[in-house]
Design a protein around this ligand. Structure first.
Ligand SMILES: Cc1cc2nc3c(=O)[nH]c(=O)nc-3n(C[C@H](O)[C@H](O)[C@H](O)COP(=O)(O)O)c2cc1C
Length: 197
């Protein structure tokens, strides 16, 4: 029996009743139905500590077992799915801290001799789902953060991004449409990953 492909899925929102969590549930369900193993982290519920330590900067290792476990999952993932609200044009601090501690040199990327980064992850696919209230005008700060910086650094050059909004004025039908869109994209991702496995 072949082992199923793995997706590391992060959701960063403090309210389990939020749209963000509904999106994470829709994504998880579609991926699992598509035959993918989902390593899901609800960073707020788990109380992920976003504070990078001086020791971690110096050694690229952590005495926090949670960070080491996340690094192992990141290195084992065939794809990443990240779901978060836009807060002051940035990811929530808990997620920025996750990136700073887990997407670390020596495991996720290395410095290339010619400058820039060389990705060390096997994952080739990523889907970033964000929610916001302002109109989305691409490329925005989150495109630059995820699609131009963090994900190419680890070797994912063409990440998918969907910017959902405005959330504050959205009705039930619009939200259902967003959930279906995310589920369809995760279904397609699962199809690509299982075809490759
Ligand atoms: C601290 C904070 C900062 C925010 N900053 C922005 C922002 O920069 N741009 C924007 O469009 N919406 C901003 N918002 C609105 C959120 O993005 C919006 O409430 C969220 O995406 C809705 O998703 P939810 O229903 O899952 O909470 C902000 C909200 C909070 C709480």
């Amino acid at each position: 029996m072949t082992t199923p492909p793995r997706v590391l899925l992060l959701v960063a929102h403090p309210n389990p009743s939020s749209l963000n969590h509904a999106l994470a549930r829709a994504a998880t369900e579609a991926l699992e139905e598509g035959g993918v193993r989902v390593d899901l982290h609800d960073l707020y519920r788990e109380g992920f500590d976003p504070r990078l330590s001086a020791g971690e900067i110096a050694t690229h290792a952590s005495d926090d077992a949670v960070v080491e476990a996340h690094v192992r999952e990141l290195r084992a993932a065939d794809a990443l799915v990240v779901i978060h609200p836009v807060w002051f044009d940035q990811p929530p601090a808990i997620l920025s801290g996750w990136v700073q501690r887990v997407v670390r040199e020596g495991d996720a990327f290395e410095h290339a001799p010619e400058g820039g980064f060389r990705g060390l992850l096997p994952a080739q696919d990523a889907l970033v789902v964000t929610t916001q209230n302002a109109p989305y005008v691409p490329p925005d700060a989150l495109d630059r953060y995820w699609r131009s910086f963090v994900l190419p650094a680890v070797g994912i050059d063409d990440a998918e991004r969907i910017a959902l909004g405005p959330v504050v004025a959205s009705d039930g039908a619009t939200r259902r449409g967003w959930l279906e869109d995310v589920a369809a994209r995760c279904d397609a991702l699962a199809g690509r990953l299982t075809a490759r496995a």
